[in-house]
Design a protein around this ligand. Structure first.
Ligand code: CP
Length: 300
């Protein structure tokens, strides 16, 4: 049995297997439509979600299974039941647990006691399911991952940046993080070291996106960061993905965003709706990549 608590739980070979399976299922869902028959996925959410919730539920249903949503708002099960007892109990009812929680240590505590696979549906540190969808999207649009240059523009220390760096390096991509000089927006040094310092960090936005095959941005003010809103808006203004920035990259550079987008902040409407934007292919691929992950986990 395997847990996906972070992108570090997915090896280079695992990535290839999961992406291959995701593509196969995307092309021919019929062949997999009963694979999760009589199986149950429990989805625990401490934070709101559109894509993660709906793509997991729709995808699991399309594989013949049944998905159950359960809110753990406030980081707790009802009546103050301990996280560990709740997870041990839920493991008796289901085949998979997917959880979106604020803190990474909670997902790790869940995986320590669960007797079914636990999947990280996003914490403040990692967003591995998003990264699988991102890689599938890049592979589809660019025909490969190896040697593709991705420039992640914005907060280099956020969960999506972490997952982009890990998944990108593990799949042979060239990863550049384009972020403000302020240390708090730079990539986590521990993660950089774990990736053998293969990630390039650049503070000049124009230089950072030159030669990029993929420009990736994310919301500058995430849930829980409202107190820093003004400071963040100011810090990330020069890093807005707009048509001027896009011109500094290649003619066929694709633009990605993990969504939800905040138009006029990290990205303009013009770029979001441009032919170079693949953001809704990327959002659709959340479902396909997660199907691939679930089927892959079933066979572990
Ligand atoms: N990208 C993403 O995780 O979207 P949701 O917050 O809507 O799930």
């Amino acid at each position: 049995m395997k847990h996906i608590t972070s992108d570090f739980d997915i090896s280079e070979n695992d990535l290839k297997e999961i992406l291959n399976l995701s593509s196969k299922i995307k092309k021919n869902n019929e062949a997999y439509q009963d694979i999760m028959k009589n199986k149950t996925l429990i989805m625990l959410f401490e934070l709101a979600s559109l894509r993660t919730r709906v793509s997991f539920e729709a995808g699991f249903n399309q594989l013949g299974g049944h998905a159950i949503f359960y809110s753990i708002e406030g980081g707790k099960f009802t009546r103050d039941e301990s996280m560990e007892d709740g997870i041990v109990n839920l493991s008796r009812y289901c085949n998979f647990i997917m959880a979106r929680v604020l803190k990474q240590d909670v997902i790790e505590r869940m995986s320590n006691v669960a007797t079914v696979p636990v999947i990280n549906g996003m914490t403040e540190v990692y967003h591995p399911c998003q990264n699988l969808a991102d890689l599938l999207t890049i592979q589809e649009h660019k025909g490969k991952l190896n040697d593709i240059k991705i420039s992640y523009v914005g907060d280099g220390g956020c969960n999506t940046a972490n997952s982009t760096m890990i998944g990108g390096i593990n799949s042979g991509m060239k990863v550049t993080v384009v972020c403000p000089e302020n240390q708090k927006y730079n990539p986590n040094p521990t993660i950089l070291k774990k990736l053998n310092n293969k990630v390039e960090v650049i503070h000049d936005p124009y230089k950072g996106v030159s030669d990029a095959d993929v420009i990736y941005t994310d919301v500058a003010v995430s849930a829980g960061m409202e107190a820093e809103k003004e400071e963040r808006i100011k810090a990330f203004k020069p890093y807005q993905v707009n048509s001027e920035l896009l011109k500094k990259a290649k003619e066929n550079t694709i633009v990605m965003h993990c969504l939800p987008a905040h138009i006029g902040y990290e990205i303009t409407r013009e770029v979001m709706d441009s032919p170079q934007s693949v953001v809704f292919d990327q959002a659709e691929n959340r479902m396909h990549a997660q199907k691939g992950l679930l089927v892959w986990l079933l066979n572990k």
